[in-house]
Design a protein around this ligand. Sequence first.
Ligand code: 26Q
Length: 818
Amino acid sequence: EPLAESEAPQARNSALGEDALWHILYSLGRDNAHPDKHKCYWGLVLAVRDRMLEKWASVQRQYYENDDKRLYYLSLEFLPGKFLRENLLSLGLESEAHTFLRKYSFSLDQIMDVECEPGLGNGGLGRLASCYMDSMATLGLPAFGYGIRYSYGLFRQEIRNGRQVEMPDNWLHEGNHWLIPRPHGLYPIRFYGTVHEWQDDDGTLRHDWRGGDIVMAMANDMYVPGYRNGHVNCIRLWEARPHKEFVLSSFNAGDYIGSVQEKIKDENISMVLYPSDDAPEGKTLRLKQQYFFVAATMRDLVRRFKKLNKPWDQLPEKNVVQLNETHPSIAIPELMRILLDEELICWEDSWFICQKLFAYTNHTILPEALETWPVELMERLLPRHMQIIYEINRRFLEDVRLHFRDEPDLPSRVSLISDGPEKVVRMSHLAIVGSFSINGVSALHTQILRDRVFHDFIRIFPDRFNNKTNGITPRRWLRQCNVSLSWLLSEHLGCDWVTDLDQLERIRELADDEEFRHDWEQCRLTNKKRLADHIEKRNGITVNPHSIFDVQAKRFHEYKRQLLNVLHIISLYNHLRKNPEVMMQPRTFIFGGKAAPSYWMAKDIIYLINCVARRINSDPHTRNVLKVIFLANYNISLSQLLVPATDVSEQISTAGYEASGTGNMKFALNGALTIGTRDGANIEIGERVGQDNIYLFGLCEQEVLDMRNRGYDPWELYKNDGELREVLDMINSDEFTPGNPTAFSGIFNSLLSGGDRFMVLADYRAYAETHQRIAHEFGDRELWIRKSILNTAGMGFFSSDRAVREYMDDIWGVKPDV
Ligand code: 26Q
């Protein structure tokens, strides 16, 4: 076997299967005589978990013994995907599991159907956190992930009559043994209340936050094993629990129901993930979530630090906190509050400690996605934190005035608090001022932060800004999701590529080897057939596995421009109907993705795609060459099926809007060719795989700005491009919605009268021409497979191991625990 498992150090001596049977009886209380697939699954989970926990315990001990500096990764979202296969792989237990399952005639695939996927994130940001947790464990870092144990993850998407319908994701309803609750040692977390001032013996003014409501934070731990290195880290997810079982006063007053309702209210905090991945909703509950998990996390950090008996100024020498977006940035005033009010440390020293502890990653430049909170809300919910934010701001602006005397408007531009009809706290400004490092997630994105979004801060804190181009874990996104290609790679490279992805460079020369190209194509075909079977089952549509599988799978957003894709599909359809004799490369266009429930435009675009699909798939004249598939409920598991089966990866955001993208990396790593704009990490992918092996098209970021400044008029394009006009007129008629000509007038208007904010029409022609080139080159099998191989070969840089190493060396200053 090319991927030897013997390298993995094993703690347990008994066979995995024996332990699974033992657990079925003694932990689950079920008869283990003839276990069905559910019992086999649960038994295996517990047997695997035992092995992980042993390693985890010894690794934790080691952290204390070696006095390691610890990394805290704070994120409101994690998207780990299913665990069993990943953990078996990391722990080197796959073949033992197969042996056990074979006895009962199950495959691991069948067993995996039983597992439900934790959807504790929206998309890119949450998945990035999980890729990084995997790399941190594989590199052996003393790292701790922190987040919320939402009772309901991201909604399940159903498509009914072509429209998205949201269903609750009750992912814990059968219990989940990957998550270990820790009901002892809960932390009380305060909300509301008042701030009392008092003078200590030296006459210093002190503050004390009292009263208000208390909610308890309970830890639930999820474990992350490194790849065959005996290392196990943990992601601690906080769950809200009631402070007291019953509010006694109302209980005694006979209000039994009222007291139970109080208890339920507290649990609301960790009930549900907010399903929007841009325009943050200014809801109190969301701010409560943020503070709740941050406060509990900082308690953990401080508790562990105190055990070391070191002076407080060493806190940043022994710890570093990475903030995933501004969502956890309330951690900065929370630590200030602990140091000032509880530890009675002076302002200057407290602030010095804070600024050396925190680092902030920005993931978005969409102005509507920059997080702000009304001062009025903060003052009520977190009165002491609001005072601290005012004081941070006062001192900061005083400094700015001193250093930039000739720029009188600078202070108001960089202020943590913005004046407007409603005063708000700008969380990104808080995160910048309170952190020693601020990073973007691709070269272009960081450049935009420097030039535009945070331009004023670059001059104030020139050394804080840096770039860390995103990465993805090759364990899940190649080794696990693409078994056939992994075997082929290991046959030629050995198996080190799994933890040293630069090794993939060595297949570059094999692109000239005809036999290798043949094997490569066979792997791809196997994956495409597997996806075709899935589509047949799910959508009842037969697709040709030899057609181009063209995939756009990501959240629905106007800036990601699924619209551009569907406009082009309609024009292909028109072309085919008008020229029935023309030979066309068969194509299958596949979409997947969710829209935020309140994002009407995005939901209309989903509806449009489904209406166009219904029409095209049922047209006997075109159905052999053109298919459109919408796969419902896109999630990590579905992504693992799509990624290895994709020929053409659609990465077509308006230049300057996609901070990085990580889906783009997954597809290219698995040998897909990218059709993409010069946006986010696409640019860097082009540099690595070679410009001949990527299809970049359209306006670049500067051209988008210039065109806007010159005055861009989408009506001009409508008038001058007959093919495009025909497509737009079809959308603006009842062509795809018989009897209802206004179904898509919102879309039509946003593209024309609305000014086409995301320049869909401006990029249309270049996009269509690029697709023509792709169809042509796909027909040249040798050429295409060569390009496919060169994509995989060039993607080593985008391993999250590389990204995490850069964070480790440039920002965190933590070292692998060996
Ligand atoms: C905030 C407040 C209230 C409700 C929701 C939110 C919220 C939630 C999620 C705001 C933003 C997000 C997520 C942003 C995100 O996923 N950004 C993506 O991050 C990826 C990893 O860096 C990048 O690759 C993507 O380009 C970027 O869009």
